[in-house]
Design a protein around this ligand. Sequence first.
Ligand SMILES: *Cc1c(COP(=O)(O)O)cnc(C)c1O
Length: 353
Amino acid sequence: MSFDNPMEIIDLRSDTVTQPTPEMREAMASAVVGDDVYGEDPTINELEALACRMTGMEASVFVASGTMGNACAIMAHTQRGDEVICGQRSHVFLNEQGGAAVHSAVQLNGLRENAAGELPLDDIAANIRTEDEHHPISSLICIENTHNVCGGLLLSVEYMQGVGELAKRHDLRFHVDGARIFNAAVALNVSAEALVAAADSLTFCLSKGLSAPVGSVLCGDVEFIRRARRARKLLGGGMRQAGVLAAAGIVALNGMVERLSDDHANARQLVEGLVAIDGIQLNPPGGATNMVYFDLDASIQRNAASLYDALALQDVLLDPVGPRRFRAVTHHGIDAAMVDRVIGAVRETMSSG
Ligand SMILES: *Cc1c(COP(=O)(O)O)cnc(C)c1O
């Protein structure tokens, strides 16, 4: 058994299954720590400074999860009763238990993403409320990049700039749920800083493709982060000697960003293999970053549950995200040979009915 792949299983369910690297474990063991609620954990302070340098943001705060990062951002940007514009298939809208309503007492206006995973700028503009006593006050736009449920799609620098300009024109704030912002940056061959230059705030995850065990970072200007720190404390997220976690995050930011291109190459290899299998439709057709989504044709007998079970018996795990739909995510624990094994297993299983 190795730490890297404890079960020798090819697990493509998510990039959250990544294990901390040996270098992370060493950094964690030797991390100098202090009480972070007092601002006295040098390792957390170092991680937050590094996050600022890599995103071009003025200040940042280490949080327990991406969900907590988004919750703190929404709380710090809004007032009770405000309206937040986001995507119908975004994490904020679908996968946070309505946290924006629970914690911040705001209403989400979920707009439909186009095939590129974007909220068209005219749609955003048309949904910004006018000054009318009946209406909520639009105060925030949340954009996800890369966009997970839309297929791991990446949103371009130009689009992000466009949202920023629109937000400014209407005096709204602009938050980026960049759980996988470094996947987008690496795939576009631009800096994360360039991607979020027009945004007021950004959350990114250390615990996904970057392979750290725990944590996300929320970034923004000094005054915003002061409010976000209060929100984090309210949510019970004021951690103490959490530098043991931040230490892994520092290794992640310094050493695990560039290699995301390997995950993207492996995802492309998976797309090429799956495309050739009868009964499988890649949707979206690309394989933009580290995510591959596919549907089983209505004409074939297998559904997602039966294919999942058959593959699991062969130690291959995919994420069934619908009755006939799968997600497969490449990450640090997956190499090209494993991708070949997955393609072979899917091909054989599909052809055996
Ligand atoms: C995973 C994810 C989050 C939340 O991160 P957790 O650490 O799992 O809470 C937020 N947004 C997106 C787009 C994600 O993929």
